[in-house]
Design a protein around this ligand. Sequence first.
Ligand code: NAP
Length: 293
Amino acid sequence: MRIGFIGLGRMGTGMASRLCQAGHEVIVYNRSAQRMQPLLDLGARAAMTIGEACAADVVFTMLADDKALEEVAMGAAGMIEHLAADAVHVSCSTVSVALSARLAHAHGQKRQGFVAAPVFGRPDAAASGKLFMVAAGKREFVDKVMPLFEILGQRTFVVSDAPEKANLVKLSGNFMIATVIESLGEAMSLVEKGGVDRHQYLELLTSTLFNVPIYKNYGGMIADRNFEPAGFAAHLGQKDMRLVLSAAEELKVPLPFANILRDRFLNLAAHGGENLDWSAIGSLASKDSAVEA
Ligand code: NAP
């Protein structure tokens, strides 16, 4: 299958690499051209324009945010203008429910397929094909791209035939992860200020009631105070809190914790932490309580 791949950041690089390694013909495009080189080394072909990357049966996008995806897909020389009828756009970025719905409509008008497939998993999972894919779209289009999802992820969950529902599920998940990070940071500050070693405390937590990767991985980063290099940058986490609040407002669902988390990310950004890993919000509680003093 000929595949276009647009957006070779931390996640896109690993995902596009997997598709190349599986023997697919891959055409890559990235705004900053130098990021294409590792993919060209794996046999991918470089597209100089978005249009060139659209000469494919399926085109993936893995871009930072709504603004990037809107420009790439709906801009004057964007995907909607260039994709063939029946070609499928697979949108993996974590973007708003509203943009996904607009894209589904715009692609539909051109008889192009659109599948939203945001992912759970960090760059290491992307590079090793261990992502969890949350997919939604018309059955015929989802079926067409499912073999590609099997290369990218360990499991795919098809949640709806309306693409934007996948984005809603993804945003709800990131909201939950951020609550875990914040609560870990708060609990660790409490015990540490009370005189208990935070690494020992984490070992206790993750060997007993919280024996799952989210607690182990993020807990380890918080305990080690190790937020660089970012696997998932804090400014993207901040974006997700904004998007989950916007989806919640639209549905009239109060999410009190999400408001707190949004402020936590603002606090981090105000102190220059936007490019740290998003788990750095887990370090704020220790500052609030002067644990580090
Ligand atoms: P990243 O490393 O910052 O990469 C962002 C990509 O978007 C780059 O290719 C960048 O191009 C491109 N981009 C940004 N603004 C653009 C614009 N206006 N026009 C065209 N291209 C633009 O981000 P990432 O960590 O790979 O994340 C990508 C998406 O996956 C985000 O929506 C994120 O929320 C989601 N996600 C991330 C993780 C994670 O752990 N990192 C996990 C799950 C989901 P340049 O190279 O030119 O800047």
